[in-house]
Unconditional design. Structure first.
Length: 237
């Protein structure tokens, strides 16, 4: 019986040390590795390098926004080695699964919009780099959040996740997102909408918030401060 299929108590009896669920992966296959803790481009680059250093990994496509990696294997490999390579970078593998093909979100060149998921919330991506009239983005009767973000921006994804949760709890808030849809900061800040509205802004995410009457509530980069500003304005009205 392969070691990976032994009952859980046998490795200890035999003096072996195997991670829970450890198994051998077949060559010429693809596997998706779900990873917890990656929040930035540098994170995913470090994990990609660690995974591609494994002798049985032909190549790896990693995305912090998709919280995982898709590996193409050239020879048999152990899930325990994948676990360790990711752990060495400070992150945790939550699961590994064999797939016929890498999912779209884990394919080379695919960029994930921070507001790709708008299910159940009043959120719309209004620009992928084109110029836009900010005054036209006020949503009648709601607190309107204009969110400048980008696919490569880890804090932008984290802020969007926090805002999605907030929107599901408060139906008087809407987001109109402006995505600097390019592969890196230099290309993003060269887009027309960035030249139009972000000339004097240090970085993204960047938020502009107005109340239902169109009055300014918040301007800045801190999503927690944004939420607090809306809550305080709502409490006074």
């Amino acid at each position: 019986m392969p070691l990976a299929l032994l009952p859980a108590f046998l490795p200890a009896l035999l003096g072996l040390s195997l991670p829970a669920g450890a198994q051998t992966l077949a060559p010429s296959s693809k596997v998706v590795v779900h990873i917890d803790g990656m929040v930035c481009s540098d994170c995913q680059q470090a994990v990609t390098g660690a995974l591609e250093a494994l002798p049985f990994v032909q190549n790896a496509v990693t995305s912090f926004a998709a919280a995982g990696a898709c590996l193409s294997l050239s020879s048999p490999g152990e899930t325990a080695d994948i676990d360790q390579a990711v752990a060495d970078q400070g992150y945790t593998v939550t699961s590994i699964e064999a797939v016929d093909a890498c999912p779209v979100r884990l394919r080379p060149g695919h960029r994930i919009d921070p507001w790709e998921d708008t299910a159940g919330v009043d959120a719309v991506v209004v620009s992928h780099g084109e110029e836009v009239d900010l005054d036209a983005l006020q949503v009648p009767g709601k607190y309107s959040v204009i969110d400048f973000g980008a696919p490569w921006c880890g804090p932008c994804h984290a802020a969007a996740a926090a805002l999605r949760t907030y929107l599901r709890q408060h139906d008087d808030v809407a987001v109109r997102a402006i995505t600097l849809d390019a592969a890196d900061p230099q290309a993003s800040y060269a887009l027309p909408v960035a030249r139009q509205h972000l000339k004097w802004v240090a970085g993204i995410p960047w938020f502009l918030v107005t109340d239902p009457a169109g009055r300014s509530v918040y301007k800045g980069a801190d999503v927690d401060a944004l939420i607090d500003a809306i809550d305080q304005r709502r409490a006074r009205q």
